[in-house]
Design a binder for this molecule. Structure first.
Ligand code: ARG
Length: 283
């Protein structure tokens, strides 16, 4: 097993502490012992471990072969190629995904993560790679016609998402009408089963689900009350090195048409206004 730089440093740190203790009372430090772990100089460039909640088609999901695929994945791979970094995707439950980043278990989160001011306090974001907005899914015959109508409804959301935040704001923190699910597809299945009256989630995912599950007989309801959102890649706060590489790669794929090609692969056309999300704006 290859150790990450961090693991190596931790191991080396413990080892050094042991040495210090052992060296106590001696006049000279002993010669450096042969490390039990491979020397960092000999290790190949560090693989960037990317956490993603792969239950979010068409952005990140698992295909029949268990491979992690989608727009986010294609964008990360294209960016990594430009940046000259090696990436490895690890399916990571949404709940706890940001902790995994904070603890260093993941170097980067690429999971349709909306850039928000609150999240910016605990992690750093790249420039945006996708524009999104919340969308309401209801059964075809539903009377729910606007966001405000959800006040009288049972609403399903994926825990801790911006959809959860929007619904919590409308219904109140203590509302018992909000049903929180571990994944967005689970919330949508519950809507199909009649356990909730509506689901609020990112537009791309809702549209994709409705299109691929005609038997569910859903329709969508949009509302201007939802603030525009932008997806970014998150890195650990202060990881300026990785952030810089990612932003540079992202700018390159937006400039040379790679981004638009990826977008068209999933959405059948170039992004609205025929341009990738502008770099500056973020919520
Ligand atoms: N964009 C929303 C957010 O950041 C939902 C993202 C959920 N992503 C996922 N792979 N489940 O809160």
């Amino acid at each position: 097993m290859r150790l990450t730089t961090r693991q190596f440093l931790q191991t080396a740190g413990l080892f050094a502490a042991g040495l210090l203790l052992a060296a106590c009372g001696k006049k000279e430090a002993p010669p450096a012992p042969a490390a039990a772990t491979p020397a960092p100089a000999a290790a190949p460039a560090k693989v960037v471990v990317v956490g993603t909640d792969a239950a979010y088609a068409p952005f990140e999901s698992q295909n029949e072969k268990g491979e992690i695929v989608g727009l986010t994945i294609d964008v990360v791979n294209a960016v990594a190629k430009k940046a000259g970094v090696e990436v490895k995707f690890v399916n990571t439950p949404w709940e706890g995904i940001f902790n995994a980043l904070g603890q260093g278990d993941r170097d980067m989160i690429a999971s349709s993560v909306t850039i928000t001011d609150e999240r910016k306090q605990t992690m750093d974001f790249t420039d945006p790679y996708f524009d999104a907005v919340q969308l309401i899914a209801v059964k075809e015959g539903s009377k729910i016609a606007k966001f405000d109508d959800l006040k009288k409804a049972k609403v399903g959301v994926q825990t801790g998402t911006t959809g959860d935040e929007a619904v919590t704001k409308l219904l109140g923190k203590t509302s018992t009408s909000i049903k929180r699910f571990e994944s967005t597809p689970l919330a949508l299945k519950e809507l199909e089963a009649g356990g909730v009256d509506a689901v609020v989630a990112d537009n791309g995912v809702v549209i994709n689900y409705v299109a691929n599950n005609p038997g569910a007989k859903f329709k969508t309801v949009s509302d201007k009350a939802f603030a525009p959102e932008q997806y970014g890649f998150a890195v650990k706060k202060g990881n300026a090195e990785l952030l810089g590489k990612l932003n540079k790669g992202l700018a390159e794929i937006k400039a040379d048409g790679t981004y638009n090609t990826i977008y068209a692969k999933y959405f059948g056309a170039a992004p609205p206004a025929a341009a990738a999300p502008a770099s500056a704006a973020s919520k």
